[in-house]
Ligand binder design. Structure first.
Ligand SMILES: Cc1cc2nc3c(=O)[nH]c(=O)nc-3n(C[C@H](O)[C@H](O)[C@H](O)COP(=O)(O)OP(=O)(O)OC[C@H]3O[C@@H](n4cnc5c(N)ncnc54)[C@H](O)[C@@H]3O)c2cc1C
Length: 440
């Protein structure tokens, strides 16, 4: 194993610190094999989000002769982790919007189209305009697809009206979600929060939305008139048992009704009725004054329908990218890597996961370009600042196996703290922007 294989552990510790200390870890990329450094390999990245832009910046710095192309039509950068704060009235929408051009390395060729067809046997990607883009190496970083269509009657354009809320769809939807939650926090009524059965990005977000809405009800006078419910399509609300129990206790303190194995399957927006399908197929319809919808998620269609997707196991249904969970190299095509939410790996799907896995992907890609084996390994680092109320949070960090992996010895990951809130509110975005630039 190369000396760089220890990067995952080192960088994890540096994640929230940023700055010069983290630069030293990145400097590990200084030991670039000459064969890779001199290579004029054609590298294509699909997706210019958190993972894609970070990788483009690191590769542009590390491989001066490589021919790097990134494919993504989206020009506005979304700082997704800020959406929960927009949707609960703590941040303005403008705070989560940026321009991808501000972060794009100048020597990278940016094709403002979408990857439509992957042809890994021919080492090429065809875009939605029919352009054929050939590659020697490919990094798939196209995130997730929100499958709102799986919920009959759901219309993302109606978010914000008639008590319909959903933080996930876009910054605009998050702002409109705040309109709905603000009204509910005054008026009260029957508030329903959902969790689908698919893997989702930021598994803490549906819970943050619930807990912060409870806090808004207290602040805005609606608490005594409100009955809140949480409908999970799983048999819990969070994947780590201690936090699952904590959350269920917190919900019980607020007399919340919690249901398991209930998947939101239909919504009648005009009549404010939500229908849930239970595990046995039975359906159950209830009225609401506020419905917070978390859509089922899957890999983008172009990945799902390609030879790059899992074809068996629990990642096959969502068509997630079939990568090795340690090296993040594709299991069938060694010149292909995956990074970010699109990866069919356990847990993850957070920006913190992106932060920790980008150096692994870049290092392993460089090894493969140099004709070596990829040896850097990722531990599955996932981080969720669980916002429990305004001014308090718990910083939950864990690996693939669900082991807690706290960065700071002085923060108890099982205690709510003001510091963890400040991190989410003020420190994580600057670190994220440095990550995009490939600096940390
Ligand atoms: C509400 C919410 C709250 C969150 N909170 C946190 C948090 O507190 N902490 C945290 O660490 N993480 C959080 N996350 C998760 C975090 O934002 C994601 O894990 C992270 O953005 C994933 O990065 P990505 O590059 O994989 O995806 P993205 O950043 O979404 O980028 C994917 C890119 O791929 C592009 N794309 C899609 N399809 C194609 C195609 N066919 N061809 C080309 N390009 C394509 C898209 O246009 C997009 O630009 C949150 C997410 C949400 C939605």
């Amino acid at each position: 194993m190369s000396s760089l294989s220890a990067l995952s552990g080192i960088n994890r510790r540096k994640f929230l610190l940023g700055g010069a200390a983290a630069m030293a870890a990145v400097a590990g990329l200084g030991a670039i094999p000459a064969r890779a450094e001199q290579s004029n390999a054609k590298i294509v990245i699909t997706g210019a989000g958190a993972a894609g832009i970070s990788i483009a910046n690191r590769l542009a710095k590390a491989l001066p002769n490589a021919n790097i192309t990134i494919i993504d039509r989206r020009e506005t950068h979304y700082y997704w982790p800020g959406l929960t704060l927009v949707a609960t009235g703590a941040w303005a929408k403008s705070k989560v919007l940026d321009r991808n051009a501000s972060f794009m390395p100048s020597r990278v060729n940016w094709i403002k189209e979408m990857a439509d067809v992957y042809e890994p046997d021919n080492k090429r990607v065809i875009t939605d305009t029919g352009r054929v883009v050939e590659y020697d190496f490919l990094v798939v970083a196209s995130g997730v697809e929100y499958n709102y269509d799986a919920i009959e009657g759901m219309d993302v354009n109606a978010i914000g009206q008639n008590g319909l809320a959903s933080v996930y769809n876009s910054p605009d939807a998050a702002a409109k979600t705040w309109d709905a939650i603000r009204k509910y926090s005054v008026d009260g009524g029957n508030g329903i929060f959902t969790l689908p059965s698919t893997p989702i990005r930021c598994a803490g977000a549906p819970l943050k939305m619930t807990l912060l809405t409870l806090d808004r009800l207290q602040q805005n006078g609606g608490a005594d008139k409100a009955q809140m419910s949480f409908y999970s399509a799983l048999n819990g609300v969070f994947g780590l048992p201690w936090y699952n129990d904590f959350l269920l206790n917190r919900f019980a303190e607020h007399d919340m009704d919690v249901k398991f194995r209930h998947e939101l399957s239909a919504v009648d927006i005009g009549a404010r009725k939500a229908t849930f399908t239970q595990e046995d197929g039975n359906q159950f319809t209830t009225e609401y004054d506020l419905l917070h919808v978390v859509p089922p998620m899957r890999a983008p269609r172009s990945v799902r329908e390609s030879n790059l997707a899992w074809t068996e196991g629990n990642m096959a249904a969502g068509g997630w990218l079939a990568v090795d969970r340690d090296t993040l190299q594709h299991l069938t095509y060694p010149e292909v890597f995956g990074c970010g939410d699109v990866n069919g790996t356990p847990r993850g799907k957070t920006a913190a996961t992106v932060k920790m896995s980008v150096p692994i992907v870049v290092q392993n890609l460089i090894s493969v370009i140099a004709g070596e084996e990829p040896e850097a390994t990722f531990d599955g680092y996932t981080s969720c600042p669980l916002l429990t109320r305004f001014g308090a949070a718990m910083l939950i960090e864990f690996d693939y196996d669900g082991n807690l992996t706290p960065t700071y010895s002085f923060i108890d990951p099982k205690k709510e703290s003001w510091f963890a809130w400040i991190m989410k509110d003020q420190m994580l975005k600057p670190t994220y922007l440095q990550m995009l630039k490939g600096n940390v």
